[in-house]
Design a protein around this ligand. Structure first.
Ligand SMILES: [Zn+2]
Length: 160
C-alpha cells in the first residue's frame, strides 16, 4: 500500500474494504407515541441524538468520504429547521391533531406533522429513506444508516 502526494492511501485499498464515516448531532424535541400502552402516551420530550453513517464509491483526492463539516451542515440544518425544539406528532393522532390544529397556530408553536408514529425507529427510518437522499443529492455520498438515540440507553438503528 502506498500513499499519494496528498497523503491519501492508494492501491488496492478501496476494492478490499468499505469506508464509512459517522457524524453525530444532538437535538431536543417533544413527542407522544400514539397508542402507547404506558407512559410514552403522554406529551414529553427527549434529548435526542442522530448519527448519520455515510459512504461513497471512492474517497476524494485527500482521502475523505465527505468533509465532516459538510455532513454536519446538511443534517444539522435539516434537524434545526424541522425537529429541534419542536413537537413531533402522528397525523392520525386525534389528541395532537386537536392541539396543533387549534392551539398551535395562534401560539406559533413549532411542530412536525408526521406520516408515521414518532417512535425512534420510525424517525430513524424517515431520516434514512426520505430526508437523507434529498440532502445528499449531487454529492456522490450515500447515507447507509441512521442511528437515533432517544436516551443514552435507548436507540434505534436503521440501515440500507
Ligand atoms: Zn419518548
Amino acid at each position: 500500500m502506498v500513499r499519494n502526494n496528498t497523503g491519501r492511501l492508494a492501491g488496492g485499498n478501496e476494492e478490499m474494504s468499505t469506508t464509512t464515516i459517522t457524524r453525530r448531532y444532538a437535538f431536543c424535541a417533544g413527542h407522544r407515541v400514539y397508542q402507547h400502552e404506558s407512559k410514552c402516551k403522554n406529551l414529553h420530550g427527549h434529548n435526542y441524538a442522530v448519527s448519520a453513517v455515510a459512504t461513497a464509491n471512492k474517497l476524494d483526492d485527500i482521502g475523505r468520504v465527505i468533509d465532516f463539516a459538510v455532513l454536519k451542515e446538511k443534517f444539522e440544518g435539516w434537524i434545526d429547521k424541522n425537529w429541534d425544539h419542536g413537537f413531533l406528532w402522528f397525523k392520525k393522532d386525534p389528541v395532537c391533531e386537536g392541539m396543533f390544529r387549534s392551539y398551535a397556530p395562534s401560539m406559533d408553536m413549532k411542530n412536525f406533522r408526521c406520516d408515521f408514529n414518532p417512535t425512534a425507529e420510525n424517525m430513524a427510518q424517515y431520516l434514512l429513506e426520505v430526508v437523507a437522499p434529498e440532502l445528499m443529492k449531487g454529492t456522490g455520498v450515500l447515507i447507509v444508516a441512521i442511528e437515533l438515540e432517544e436516551t443514552e440507553k435507548c436507540k434505534a438503528m436503521v440501515s440500507l
